[in-house]
Write a new protein. Sequence first.
Lengths: 353, 530
Amino acid sequence: MARVHVSFARAPMQSRHACRMSELIELRPEGLYCAAGDFYIDPWRPVARAVITHGHADHARAGSERYHAARAGIGLLEWRLPGANLCPLDYGESVRMGACQVSLHPAGHVLGSAQVRVECAGEVWVVSGDYKRAPDPTCAAFEPQRCDVFITEATFAMPIYRWPTMVEVIAELDAFWTECQAQGETAVLLCYALGKAQRVLAELYAQCPHRRDEVVLLHGAMETPVDIYRRAGIHMLKSESLIGSGVESTVGRLLIAPPSAAGSPFMRRVKNPKVAFASGWMQVRGVRRRASHDRGFVISDHADWPALIGSIRDSGATRVLATHGRTQALVRYLNEQGIRASALATELGGEDT
Amino acid sequence: MKVFAELYFALGETRALGRKRELLVDYFRVAAPADAAYAVYFLRGGRLRQLYQRQELLDALLEASALPLWLIEDSYAEVGDLAETLTLLAPEADGASGGQNLAQLVEHDLLPLKSMDAAARRRALIALWRRHGRHERLLLNKLITGGLRIGVGDGLLHQALARALEVPLSCIAERLLGEFVPTAAAYLRLAAPADADTTHTPLPFYLASALADADVQATLAALGDWRIEWKLDGIRAQLIRHAGGVRLFSRGEEWLDGRFPEIEAAALALPPGSTLDGEIVALDGRGSVAPFSALQRRIGKRKPGAKLLAEIPVALIAFDLLRGGEMDLREQPLRERVDALRALVEPLGTTSLRMMPGLHAADHAELATRREEARAHGYEGLMLKLLAGPYRSGRVRGEWYKWKLAPRSVDAVLIYAGAGHGKRASLHSDYTLALWSGDKLVPVAKAYSGLSNAELTILDRWIRAHTLERFGPVRVVEPLQVFEIAFEGVNLSKRHKSGVAVRFPRILRWRSDKTARDADQLDTLLAMAR
């Protein structure tokens, strides 16, 4: 399949020359492309060589010939891209690709998530992938990289998105669970299956020692990623599958399920469900109400506004390219602050938060 | 203030009335009177006099957030609420939490703002933002930008206060009539024990039990011992004539003050110390009972205008006397209560307050005939009351029965299905059903229940597989499934596309033996309507 697109790519020599003339990383129909190194970052069409920032479906797509990714995230990619040719890289390990030195650095988004640092002839570009700055017990913390050009995500690039601390949110979630137990209800938490579910389980483990004997119920979509996180040595509350475990009553238990489970036949197995949704979008009251769940918890694995602005400053970049999300406001704001910024129209951002 | 801020936040997060009531009760059980007084004031929609112009709020936010104006405006557009935008954009609290209570916040921080100059006011607002965490800041900004505007109606608030303060609901409703000045003293008056003089508070209603056709013979063996009345389709109400005037209460102990002025005016002629039980109905041009749909237009109007009063007059059809001459008559036999009631009501000579007639039936066959006559009048059936019985409270079987008309039914086609709520959130259990008008299907009823769980599950699967179109939670399905729907009555209606409104529709059974073409015509239903 990759061969279909070969005609788009320039020959390596030509492209190295071209890169000095134009952009080190540019937007191609297949995705973000580095001509000097002849590789793509998170391509949405099959290519010869892909560098993957993390395992979410909109970033790690099947069909490419070779994938380079952070070693910590290889387990997830083996699950997401069965049979793919995966080349693990340690964080900070630099490899040569064409005329470039390429290295991966923690992005703090999910297990094994990485920023991609590309250096070519003294110029440094960093592609952030998805990232956050808040502490997360399930993955290595974001490490700022100095660069000339920073390609950043912009999912929540509005100043109204400023996350509460996880200490606050987990206390609210714990209280919600306790309330459900008192009322004879099942506490259902809807959240993204890869990353957020494990983060919640790990935060509950760390912050709520009184919950250590609880066994959290999981929707089928959660089981494999939870297993992968456990194998990676992440401490989380115990869990079991709702379907497989022969659970008689879900009352008083915490059940974690993907958002698509809401209103699906799956929910019939749940007795007296009280449904909460964990997402950055829950920050706005109107959105919480329209979502019409019983509760909304503000939990996001993306950078909030202060983290976006702070990370851009930390990078020292004089130019910023914004991908998926609210790029418009961010681009205008940065330009007004004296940082050259523009938007890149990628096909990323399929994941809810 | 933190406690009230948490209450306000929690109220905003739920749509379940029961849950809202619980939250309110929990709050009022423990709140200090001075704070509770402001809580009552704000929850009833009370607001502070405007403290800031909109521009002043934006200026303060510009200064505090260091964001450009356009970004604040974009944020406002995304959030859609000024108070919440201020909450989300103002800098985080610096940890030194306010710690004061609601009354202190209002009296020490907010009210004095009015007398400050513009610069001092702005500094004060920014300082307030810095002092308060997320939920408190939202409450603060709501108070500053107007009211709480929250889905707590007077009824809900009254119920919660009655429960928390252990004061009868009618007392709370009465004490909250008119303006409420938020002071601790006013709240303590609200919380004071019910007055010893209870002659103007309603008594618990006695509710009739349903009588099945099969039980009529046995239950009413000695028919002469029973008083027979029409079962009217209106609002059950208690009318209290006390020394100070007249009160009308519905069965939910909701005070119907002002809604039915003609009844209140007529009742002024009753001697004080009388409490009547009866049914409020609308009247047609000839003074007969009009369909419930006419009464519905009056129920919604708290202060009906002259035009509506003339167009749809109402009456209380009285059938029992619970207090007379300041005496509690409830232990007296019905026979005597009815005689005393007749002596009070008949001399009034008004159409707005009348006596419920007693009906006669020599035997059970004639009783069945009477019941059938109810249909022609548009009544719901018959009431049967033991003449020797007392007036009890609640639904106690044995002395008051309702023998309703057999429900009517049509076969209708399922056209839309929506997800249910609560336990049925994952099932499509809300159905819209239609009848044929020519070759078009016209929706006539929404029905929620009547299917077994097994049928619900099968139908849900069928609905998911036969969806033509989706509008949010509602699916348009292939018009193939036929259901027999039963209903209590049919009224002509201008508000419904079909021209009829059915009362209490429910699914009787799934007619899987019928095809959509076998379903009934709209004309069939129109012919039943009155």
